[in-house]
Design a protein around this ligand. Structure first.
Ligand code: MG
Length: 157
């Protein structure tokens, strides 16, 4: 078995949709980024790549490539699932945390879990999502951005 960790941050920007876990969440501002800036999925992607020793998200989807402009991170996650499988690994579990004062993750957790388990073609029980705040401290506390961590465990086929 092999474990991987992922971390990502995106800052808030007016005029962008807020997309987390493959869901567009009603909000006054979204997250800045070359792709759809799905901070949760980017952390999960990096954790999956890390666990199978396959580098990081930037190697596969460089933000200099116009092809990935506003790309759906759910689609990117599906590509990463294939890379992990090609390397001979299957998913044991994902555990992730979203650090944000807004939105409240509880309201969207079920749909996010469905989206992620569907993209990874795995049981929803293998995915765990948590939301937390930093109690007003730091850049997430000031609502300047959102951060996410993920840990992934893989096993050989
Ligand atoms: Mg990112």
């Amino acid at each position: 078995m092999r474990v991987g960790i992922g971390f990502d941050t995106h800052k808030f920007l007016e005029g962008r949709p807020l997309i987390i876990g493959g869901i567009e969440i009603p909000a006054e501002k979204g997250l800045a980024g070359h792709s759809d800036a799905d901070v949760l999925l980017h952390a999960i992607i990096d954790a999956m790549l890390g666990a199978c020793g396959a580098g990081d998200i930037g190697e596969y989807f460089p933000d200099t490539d116009p092809k990935h402009k506003d790309a759906s991170s759910i689609k990117l996650l599906r590509k990463i699932r294939d890379i992990v499988a090609d390397r001979g690994y299957k998913l044991i579990n994902v555990d992730a945390v979203i650090i944000a004062e807004f939105p409240k993750i509880n309201l969207y957790r079920k749909k996010m879990l469905e989206n992620i388990s569907d993209a990874l073609q795995t049981d929803v029980e293998r995915i765990n999502l948590k939301g937390t705040t930093t109690e007003g401290l730091g850049y997430t506390g000031r609502q300047e951005g959102i951060a996410s961590y993920a840990v992934v465990l893989l096993d050989r086929f």
